[in-house]
Design a protein around this ligand. Structure first.
Ligand code: 4AZ
Length: 293
């Protein structure tokens, strides 16, 4: 193939997924197009680029770098995560974000490291009840979107969750409550949305679930669930009519991991849609991420 033809083909593939550098499109998985996603409940290693909005939120110490929480790219310079990730440590220069990674210890060309310009914790975050467990991290420089790095789509409150299909969670958290170490390879698993009334009932989370939470997992336990280190990471659901993924939840809390009647509890991104856009400076009238998705 001659060089000109390659350049033309590259140009065409760029327009198909939007302009990569500006992160125009959202919720797409260019590396996974046409590939079956795991339907199994148990977690498994994700393929490179499988969840391109997934980031590792890390802290840099003199003794090394530690993965603290997951997060999701919602714009070229914004990561959505959980407020409780920063409760004991708001020292901004110690934090960094890894985008485009699958294996945390592999230094690959698609991996982009950014430092933190600003941490924006929800003003009404309550560290006892875990109400309003949401935070935005502003990066020092925007990420470059491409096959391994994409932003997730933020649904506005009008998206009916019943119109979404398969939901997935990804993260570098431990694969069980007893596991001593976290996996280095990103894990993925499918979950089911669980009605809040059921999730909050006696024998379940007994009133601990707030109106701004979403529950997801397996009622009988045993299936995929978030665990230590998954906090802040994405719960995404596929649009029933397109291949796009909506960022429906931010991993917040649970009781143990994968226990019966104790599904993972997530902060609903729909409930905080306005807060998120306002903090990113995108709250001008008519700007909804859903309509521009
Ligand atoms: C955590 O520590 C964590 N299964 C998140 C969610 C759950 C447990 C632990 C719920 O990041």
């Amino acid at each position: 193939m001659n060089v000109l033809l390659i350049l033309v083909l590259l140009g065409l593939s760029r327009t198909a997924t939007g302009t990569p550098d500006t992160c125009e499109s959202c919720g797409l998985r260019p590396m996974a197009d046409g590939r079956e996603i795991s339907r199994v409940a148990r977690s498994r290693d994700a393929q490179p680029g499988a969840w391109p909005w997934m980031v590792s939120v890390q802290q840099v110490w003199s003794t090394g770098i530690v993965h603290v929480c997951g997060g999701s790219l919602v714009g070229p310079r914004w990561v959505l995560t959980a407020a409780h990730c920063f409760v004991d440590a708001r020292n901004v220069p110690t934090w960094r974000v890894l985008a485009g990674a699958t294996h945390l210890a592999h230094d690959r060309p698609e991996v982009q490291v950014r430092f933190v310009k600003q941490l924006v914790l929800h003003e009404d975050y309550d560290n006892v009840s875990q109400k309003n467990d949401v935070a935005l991290v502003e990066l020092d420089h925007p990420v470059r979107c491409g096959p391994h790095v994409q932003r997730a789509c933020l649904p506005d409150p009008s998206l009916p969750l019943s119109a979404t299909a398969n939901c997935y969670v990804s993260g570098w958290g431990t694969t069980s409550a007893k596991a001593a170490a976290s996996p280095l390879v990103l894990q993925e698993f499918q979950v089911h949305l669980i009605d809040s009334h059921t999730c909050n009932g006696s024998g379940w989370h007994r009133g601990g679930v707030h109106p701004h939470n979403v529950c997801a997992g397996y009622p009988r336990g045993g299936g995929g669930d978030t665990c230590r280190g998954d906090s802040g990471g994405p719960l995404v659901c596929q649009d029933g009519r397109s291949d796009r993924f909506w960022l429906v939840g931010v991993s917040s809390w649970g009781r143990g991991c994968a226990r019966a009647h104790r599904p993972g509890v997530y902060t609903s991104t729909q409930s905080f849609h306005h807060w998120i856009l306002a903090k990113m400076g995108l709250d001008s009238p008519g700007t909804t991420t859903r309509s521009t998705a």
